[in-house]
Design a protein around this ligand. Sequence first.
Ligand code: FMN
Length: 159
Amino acid sequence: MSYAIVYSSRTGNTKALADAIRAVLPPEDCCYFGTPDAAALAAQRLYIGFWTDKGTCDGDTAAFLAQLTNQEVFLFGTAGFGGSADYFEQIAHRVEALLPAGVTVLGHHLCQGRMPMTVRQQYEAMEDSPRRAQMLENFDAALSHPDAEDLRQLQNAVQ
Ligand SMILES: Cc1cc2nc3c(=O)[nH]c(=O)nc-3n(C[C@H](O)[C@H](O)[C@H](O)COP(=O)(O)O)c2cc1C
């Protein structure tokens, strides 16, 4: 079955997930690998990766999802805030709700993704509070992600 891997990635986290998927799927069936593009719509199955922006997928991915018709889709993504499977599920369901009715969802897999150091500097500039401490803690926890275990779990999920 022909497939495409489509990803949106500003700082490389989601691209790392796309590369990990590519590494375990048969290259001869891949008809597209890259950023959102109408050329990918010809595939029967699409692996679509997004970075989380304001609790849902980034705008480029949202615009691409709207162009789908009746393909099979596996969603993958990264989010700066992690540590809770519930949080990832909420994001995934928000993104799935953007899919046109004829699309079949095969599954989804999200993991945490590191954020730019400028974000930590913004947190540091905040007045001391439990929320600030929690955000700094989350930022530091995200620094190592996506890690090898994240990529392995994603590869298991698509295989
Ligand atoms: C403008 C902006 C908004 C973001 N909003 C969220 C958000 O609402 N929730 C979240 O968990 N992470 C958020 N993040 C963090 C990114 O989703 C996260 O770092 C992601 O792994 C980046 O993926 P990329 O390297 O593929 O671009 C945001 C990052 C940016 C730059």
